[in-house]
Structure formats: C-alpha cells, structure tokens
Design a binder for this molecule. Structure first.
Ligand SMILES: C[S@@+](CC[C@H](N)C(=O)[O-])C[C@H]1O[C@@H](n2cnc3c(N)ncnc32)[C@H](O)[C@@H]1O
Ligand SMILES: [Zn+2]
Length: 254
C-alpha cells in the first residue's frame, strides 16, 4: 500500500482544496491546518453520514461480497447467460490507460481495483463504506491507495486521472449528475470513464423491481438514452454502451 501522497495523484483538502501533505500518520493541509486521519492505511475524508442506507448495507455485505454467496450470483442474475465471464476485464479494456493514474469510484472490496492496478501506474480506490474499504485493504497491492470518500465530493485536483472506473455503483449515488460532473472534472483531457450499472431495458423495467431497488438501497435503474444524455451534457465527447440483460456496460471519453 502506498503513502497517499506518493501515489502520483495528490488528494486535496476537504476545507480549502489545497494539496494535502503527510504529517504524523495523517493528511495535513498546509494552507488551513485541516487534517484528514489515515487509520490502518485508509485515509478518511469526511462523508455525510445521514446520506442513505448505503454505508450500513455495504458494511454488512463486505465479508460475503466476493464469495459465491453474493457477487458471482448477483452478477449472473443481472447480466444473464451472455454477460462476459469477467465484467472487470471489459472495464479495464474500455479504460485503456496502461501506465496512467486511475481512480476506482465506489471500489467496494477492491474486486475491480486489484485488476486495474495490474496495468495502471497507481490506483486510488474510494468508497463510503469503511467495511468494504477495510476488506479491500486486506488484499492491498503496492500501487493502490484506499480512502473513505464520497463519490459526490472527490478530493482530487481537476484533470488528475487518465481513467476513472465505476463498477456497479452509478445507480447508487444520491445525486447522480453531481457525481458524474465530479468524475468528469477529475479526468484529464481525453481521459476515459468506464463501468457498469443497471439497465431499465430488461426485467428491471417492471415497476415492482424499480420500486424495490429504490426503496431498499435508493438505486436508480437507467434508461441508457438517459445515461447517454447525462454523460454528453456533462461534457463527455463519446459514449458507448453494451447491454446484457440488466447489466449496462458504459464507456465515455472526455
Ligand atoms: C455493488 S458495490 C460495487 C463495488 C465494486 N465497484 C465492484 O465492482 O464490485 C457498490 C459500492 O458503492 C459504494 N457507494 C455507494 N454510494 C457511494 C458514494 N456516494 N460514494 C462512494 N461510494 C459509494 C458502496 O459503499 C459499495 O461499496
Ligand atoms: Zn485546507
């Protein structure tokens, strides 16, 4: 696990946006004296606690998330028989940022982060759930930095990353347009954004399914034209989709 300030991309102060430096096991702002604690190698940026049921749900899922009790089964149910065997390889291909700095938004247990790290210079994995990030830390790679951070308030400078990945989480953000704008902001010119989310062009078109997802984890199911419009309006130049059942793979270029 790398020192959060030695990972190519330096995080910024939650209070004044100056670049942070490491001081006494914490991230410190030389401009305003704000401190971001680093606990067990995980930088803990402020996240709004009352935001949703998301952190407790994923804290509880962390220990089984990558086991046959969760992700492999849920992925096959969502994507159906024709979805790629490994969703991550598809996202890594779409990003195509060998040797660049990559941000994995909503990294969870680091399932995708670890694969991104094989090709990237360094990967920042951020997530609101400490349970998930702690799990990701157990499998740390030498070029991965982990932080508790809200996707809606990315603490990085404009244009900091060549690629941003977001696996199975875009539908979970309380304010999706703000999050997409943040992702666009931290991408370098020509940078790539790729990931997966839930498509309404599937069984999830059923109002009962959408109601259930919205009521339990606040999930939004996307019409892919709606997502295309949002990405283009935010400033992405090109947007492409591949859909398998309810699994929507997207890629966009800044
Ligand atoms: C289904 S998991 C996906 C994990 C991983 N990306 C993968 O592909 O397996 C969704 C993750 O989104 C995270 N999440 C939800 N809202 C978030 C937010 N506003 N900021 C950061 N992470 C968030 C959850 O805590 C959870 O770990
Ligand atoms: Zn500051």
């Amino acid at each position: 696990m790398v020192d959060p300030t030695q990972a190519g991309v330096t995080p910024t102060c939650p209070a004044c946006e100056a670049a942070l430096t490491v001081r006494a096991e914490a991230l410190h702002c030389p401009a305003c004296e704000e401190t971001v604690p680093v606990v067990d190698g995980i930088a803990r940026f402020p996240v709004s606690v009352e935001q949703s049921a998301v952190p407790p749900v994923f804290d509880a899922l962390a220990s089984i998330y990558e086991t046959p009790l969760w992700f492999p089964v849920v992925y096959r149910v969502i994507g159906g028989p024709h979805a790629p065997i490994d969703d991550r390889a598809r996202i890594v291909d779409a990003l195509d940022v060998t040797g660049g700095d990559v941000l994995d938004v909503a990294c969870g247990t680091g399932r995708l982060t670890r694969v991104l790290a094989a090709d990237a210079a360094a990967v920042w994995g951020i997530d609101v759930s400490m349970g998930m990030v702690r799990r990701a830390r157990r499998d740390g790679r030498h070029n991965v930095v982990l932080a508790q951070m809200d996707a809606e308030d990315l603490r990085f400078e404009d244009g900091a990353f060549e690629g941003v990945a977001c696996g199975w989480a875009l539908h979970l953000f309380a304010d999706i347009p703000t999050t997409v704008a943040e992702i666009h902001r931290v991408l370098a010119p020509d940078g790539r954004f790729a990931g997966t989310t839930l498509s309404a062009d599937s069984l999830l078109a059923l109002p009962a399914a959408q109601y259930g997802l919205a009521e339990t984890i606040g999930a939004h199911v996307f019409d892919h034209e709606e997502l295309r419009e949002l990405l283009l309006e935010t400033g992405f130049r090109t947007v492409q989709f591949e859909r398998y059942g309810a699994a929507l793979f997207f890629r966009a270029t800044k």
